[in-house]
Design a protein around this ligand. Structure first.
Ligand SMILES: Cc1cc2nc3c(=O)[nH]c(=O)nc-3n(C[C@H](O)[C@H](O)[C@H](O)COP(=O)(O)O)c2cc1C
Ligand SMILES: CCCCCCC(=O)C(=O)O
Length: 357
């Protein structure tokens, strides 16, 4: 294998290529970045306790998420502004996700229109429609929210992911230091056509509530997932309000700093929803063993954010493909070493708190 052999090496290679302002935007988090660091280090504080002589056979990492058969329990988390990482932006990401056979959660704040992202993904396979979900910041202007939902539906998106952890923007001191508050000239967000493509016209409002989710439930027949759930009661409320899934996420430590690492909250949330809806997780996933730990603790699948943009910055479509390929191989290897063939069969007793550190 030439080039990076794991996601950390892709990160290093990408970050060496990015200028300071873009690197800070992608890598950074809120305030002291306690949660950014915690998301990753929490995985290392969980140990794997493998079973032996299970005769499980060759692992297949395929899973089903909301009725979607995907090649592995890893989705691409929504991340904004891919043209900051590579000139092809979300076009390259969409092709890599489609080729890898997994779900791209396309950000509302993409630098390529959702129609063009979907068209790009379709170029990869004429046999089946590549699965794309659309991430939404619910806007107080429901007319605008409805218009963008209709665009996502018409583009063929198969689920909506409502980001619920953003009643305000987290305080990113790196961006303040770099005076980075807007996209560079020539870049915009074409999903915000009615808002002149301007990010500054997006409203992150503390008035958004469960009532808005109810409104969305009545407005669309697409499955809805609520992303950014950290409290078990909110996971229950999401299911009560008609959500079809929850994503345990602290936004990669970019919103409220000092929230717990998402993997720490996963078991409580899985217990709270009692199997009513699938639970997904993102934040700090960098290894196949991280994925297997999340499965054991109750996730149907995980999503990765920064590794995708780092893959994109490293080598465009090929870089994202590399990230997904590396992770897929690691998952197969981790499953085999743990004594499992089927990701859906992984049980909670595979994971233990580290007590020897
Ligand atoms: C550069 C960047 C941009 C992001 N943009 C969005 C976004 O537009 N909408 C959203 O819901 N989450 C966004 N996120 C959060 C991710 O969806 C995800 O929760 C987080 O990146 C997972 O952590 P990880 O980067 O450690 O994998 C963004 C994250 C990053 C790093
Ligand atoms: C005014 C909205 C800015 C959101 C930026 C995208 C995001 O969620 C992130 O960078 O994190």
């Amino acid at each position: 294998m030439t080039g990076p052999v794991n996601l950390r090496e892709v990160e290093q290679a990408a970050r060496a290529l990015l200028d300071r302002v873009r690197d800070d935007y992608f890598a950074g988090g809120a305030q002291d970045e306690v949660t950014v660091r915690g998301n990753e280090s929490a995985f290392a504080r969980l140990a794997l306790l493998p079973r032996v002589l299970t005769g499980a056979g060759d692992p297949s990492p395929e899973v089903t998420v909301l009725g979607e058969r995907v090649s592995m329990p890893v989705l691409l988390a929504p991340t904004a502004f891919h043209e900051l990482a590579h000139p092809e932006g979300e076009r390259a990401t969409a092709r890599a996700a489609a080729a890898a056979g997994t779900i791209l959660i396309s950000a509302m704040l993409s630098t390529v229109a959702i129609e063009d992202i979907a068209a790009e993904a379709r170029k990869v396979s004429s046999e089946h429609e590549p699965p794309i979900w659309f991430q939404l910041y619910l806007q107080p202007d429901l007319g605008f929210t409805e218009a963008i939902v209709r665009r996502a539906e018409a583009a063929g998106c198969r689920a909506l992911v409502v980001t619920a952890d953003s009643p305000a923007l987290g305080r990113h001191e790196r961006n303040d230091r770099n005076d980075f508050h807007d996209l560079p000239p020539g870049m915009n967000c074409p999903n915000l056509r009615e808002q002149a493509g301007e990010v500054r016209n997006v409203v992150l409002s503390p008035e958004i509530s469960w009532r808005h989710l109810e409104w969305l439930r009545e407005t669309t027949s697409l499955p809805i997932l609520v992303k950014g759930v950290l409290h078990p009661d909110d996971a229950r409320l999401a299911a009560d309000h008609g959500a079809d899934g929850v994503i345990v996420s602290n936004h990669g430590g970019r919103q409220l700093d000092t929230t717990p690492p998402s993997i720490r909250l996963l078991p409580r949330i899985a217990d709270a929803v009692e199997g009513r809806v699938p639970v997904l997780l993102d934040g700090g996933v960098r290894r196949g063993t991280d994925v297997v730990k999340a499965l054991a603790l109750g996730a149907r699948a995980v999503a990765i954010g920064r590794p995708v943009v780092w893959g994109l910055a490293y080598d465009g479509e090929a870089g994202v493909t590399k990230v997904l390929d590396l992770l897929r191989r690691e998952i197969v290897n981790a499953l085999a070493l743990c004594g499992y063939a089927d990701p859906a069969a992984v049980r909670r007793d595979l994971v233990e708190e580290v007590s020897w550190r």
